[in-house]
Design a protein around this ligand. Structure first.
Ligand code: NAD
Ligand code: GLY
Length: 345
């Protein structure tokens, strides 16, 4: 079992095949009650296996519809209703079983229910295993605006079974690779080079390669989060590609997946770094790796940058002077932040 040594995060990140069968749940669940939050697709695949391992607990589940469009108040309300109807007390533990959408909603429900109950993250998509499960950002979208209502709320544990990635749809799998590439590009040059060498094995879903990649991503992210949990400064480098990316997601009505939007967003945010001295060759390496991963690097036909302005104005990172802290790159692995006024507005 790989244990990510994120010593300042007060929770373990455990990575192993059939992880839920291997762990002693009592070490991570304080009370007797558990509520699993998942969606229809993931429930069909993994809910029964997970529930079997929780037979010592009083366990209920809520199964939400699948999709980013359900990352909303309605889903949150359904969770609260379920928790209340099933008499879940303050000592209950919510387990999020699913991709980033489920983890973001379930984590936020845990942050709010009875002013905060324990939360365990069981990510099942690549994107959630390499990114969304670590760091404690939880949220729902509001009126199409991404992640507008949410909380920083850390889990008790993150339990990652990389073998579940074998059932993930190809497009979703590639979407997760975008965040892996982002982590290497902004914070770890050696990892970026490793990705350049191992991208084919990753695309083949070779399990040992995936395990190594997931552990490296969790470590890169947790090192940043432990220095700046609430995104006062440094953590904002993780938003590379996300300012434009979130606008693209919203403008496409979530037809474009999160990782795809981040891939395009990184390419559209990169010229800013080049205006400040980033070598064109470095930008070409990013584009090349994204393309090898089968990710888009330009806006889809019919979508113009000018259409994104309305979303950028609503971006929660934009301040009253229309200024936004943008991540820029000096070189691979060396990101920094710059206050930009009227970015793309
Ligand atoms: P998702 O949650 O929609 O999952 C993608 C699809 O894969 C869904 O249809 C899901 O049901 C399915 N799926 C999940 N696991 C599966 C499996 N093992 N086998 C088969 N199908 C499976 O999307 P995502 O890409 O996981 O996450 C994107 C979301 O995460 C966005 O809402 C984004 O804003 C959020 N996010 C949050 C953070 C954070 O730090 N909190 C970071 C990055 C992204
Ligand atoms: N996905 C960006 C962050 O967690 O900070």
């Amino acid at each position: 079992m790989a244990i990510v040594n994120a010593s300042n995060l007060n929770y373990p990140i455990l990575i192993a095949e059939t992880i839920y069968q291997q762990i002693d749940w009592a070490l991570h669940i304080a009370g007797q009650q558990v509520c699993i939050v998942t969606n229809e697709k993931v429930a069909n695949l993994y809910l029964n296996d997970l529930k079997k391992t929780l037979n010592k607990f009083q366990c209920s589940e809520i199964i939400l519809p699948d999709g980013e469009q359900y990352k909303n108040f309605d889903s949150l309300q359904k969770i609260f209703q379920h928790l209340i109807e099933n008499y879940h007390q303050r000592s209950t533990t919510i387990i999020g079983l699913g991709g980033g959408v489920i983890l973001d909603i379930a984590g936020f429900a845990a942050a709010c229910y009875q002013r905060g109950v324990n939360f365990i993250s069981v990510p099942t998509s690549l994107l959630a295993q390499v990114d969304a499960s670590v760091g404690g950002k939880t949220a729902i979208n509001f009126q199409q605006t991404k992640n507008m209502i949410g909380a920083f709320y850390q889990p008790q544990a993150v339990l990652i079974d990389p073998s579940v990635l074998q059932t993930l749809a190809e497009r979703e799998f590639r979407s997760g690779i975008a965040e892996m590439i982002k982590h290497g590009f902004i914070a770890d040059k050696d990892y970026f080079i490793w990705l350049e060498k191992n991208i084919d094995k990753i695309l083949q879903r070779d399990l040992p390669t995936l395990k190594q990649a997931i552990a490296t991503n969790c470590l890169i992210k947790s090192k940043i989060v432990q220095q700046d949990e609430k995104e006062k400064n440094l953590r904002a480098i993780l938003n590379f590609g996300h300012t434009i990316g979130h606008a693209i997601e919203a403008e496409s009505h979530y037809e474009i997946l999160h990782g795809e939007a981040v891939a395009i967003g990184m390419m559209l945010e990169l010229p800013l770094s080049m205006q400040h001295g980033l070598a064109a060759e470095t930008a070409a390496r990013l584009k090349n790796l994204l393309e090898q991963a089968g990710l888009p690097t330009a806006l889809p036909v019919g979508m113009e940058v000018t259409q994104l302005a309305k979303w950028l104005r609503h971006d929660k990172k934009t301040d009253k002077n229309q200024s936004i802290k943008m991540p820029l790159l000096k070189a691979i692995g060396k990101a920094y932040l710059l206050n930009c006024t009227n970015f793309y507005l």
